[in-house]
Design a protein around this ligand. Sequence first.
Ligand SMILES: Nc1nc2c(ncn2[C@@H]2O[C@H](COP(=O)(O)OP(=O)(O)OP(=O)(O)O)[C@@H](O)[C@H]2O)c(=O)[nH]1
Ligand SMILES: [Mg+2]
Length: 507
Amino acid sequence: MDISNRIVRLYPLLAQSARLTERYLSGDTRQTAEAFLHSTEKETVEVMLYGAYNAGKSTTINMLLGRDEAKVQDRPTTDSIDPFDWNGITLLDTPGLNAPIEHEECTQNHLAKADLVLLVIRDGDQDAAGVYDRLFTLIKNDRSVFIVLNHTETSAENAEPQLRRLNTLLVRKGAEAGLDIDRLGTIPVLALNAEMALFGRKQNEPDLLAASGYNDFIDQFERWLKDSTEVDTRLRRLCQRFEGAVLTPLTQTLEAQCASVGSDVEKRSALIGHLKEQKTRLIAQARNKAITLCNEYKGQIGTLIDTPNTTSASINAQLQVFMTDASSTLSAWIQTELTSIAADLTIFTETTGVSLSTQDVDTEGSFDFGTLLQTLDAGAAGKGVEIFNALIDKINKTVTFQIPKIPIAYVGPILEATKFLYGLYASVRANQAAQDAAIRKVQSITTIADKMGSALANHAEEVIRSHLDQQITREEQALKDLTDAMQDGPQKDLITVATLRQKAAAL
Ligand SMILES: Nc1nc2c(ncn2[C@@H]2O[C@H](COP(=O)(O)OP(=O)(O)OP(=O)(O)O)[C@@H](O)[C@H]2O)c(=O)[nH]1
Ligand SMILES: [Mg+2]
């Protein structure tokens, strides 16, 4: 009997799933899956003979085999599931229904496992209670059933009335049981004198075979096997078992893995979002704070300018003090803020169980604001500043000053301009020059405070960025690693399983 191409095409799918079974399943689930995959390697089609005791099941088996192999007797005989090989198909002789209770249980238990059912009804037993209910249950469960009416007539013609009677009964009772009559119509119902056919085979008597109904039977039986057994039932059964033993557990395991990684991804993304928000907030607040802090020195800058005989060195030194104070105030504030962000990260790890990629935000040590004054230059905008710039052009001398520890190459023109203004202001009279000088003084104060403020703000921003960007980059990398691993692993394999399922369904 040739094996359907459709079943042959199932084997690569089974082989492909073995890799996933090994990778993802464990314990009993894995054992069941592997047992199924192994069993498919030696799977044969099983046709189970089914019916009341004395129906002629064992006789029918012998008829198919062409010799007496199954035990046949006039009383409940078969008491176990006995396999017989017939052209590569396994025929299962079973104990009769309505026989001793343990016989019947044995048969019912095996019913679910068998691929196909050959129901034998003995002529005269057509009305036997229970047979039809069992048959209709099989049909409702979409099982492949072949019905033989085993009779004792000496010709097919003689058996016709009995066969008609059985068909009428089937239709009537089937309708009562709410069965789809079209489905019932697809089930072969054949009349057969099994004993006569067996005899005909043993004696090699073509006439006996023809009269027994054997020729029709074997013809239809083989077509039924070919049509429904190989292609549909066996494949369907294999696919069902494939789904139950392999694909479903794989899907569940993979979905669980994806869900857990997915929730880690979600948590880490939320953390990154939080860090970015904090960075933006911190930068905005720090910039404001820097500007406010420097503006607070405006009065003192004015006083400095007003002080007679002030040298550029002393102005320089004083501005340096202002900047150092503002820097350390801002530095302390940033440190507190970063510490609180670091605490957020600790809370995140504790509550989510998702560990941070490498290390916390670095909040150790004070922040180096020393270099910020390097950015103080004459580049500010505004009309007042233009005048101011015109003034400082005349005094092209660079002064350096330091804040603690860090030597600063301060762009001197601002201070020199201040000094110049100071000289100008000192010679004030109640005239236009004095007014101009007063305006320039205010402009100078504003410019100096602005430049201090924006330099401090820029530097603060740089410091915040360098501390938080490191952490954000690490988290983003960890997130990428996580999603990459998921896409390469469970997520990809979940798609593989879905594809296997689709391919199996399409066979
Ligand atoms: N005349 C006649 N007798 C039959 C036919 N089929 C079976 N018998 C007889 O009926 C009796 C029971 O047949 P079996 O084949 O053992 O029936 P079974 O369904 O296997 O019975 P259990 O194994 O007890 O369930 C035997 O004595 C058979 O010789 C038939 O087609 N014609
Ligand atoms: Mg028997």
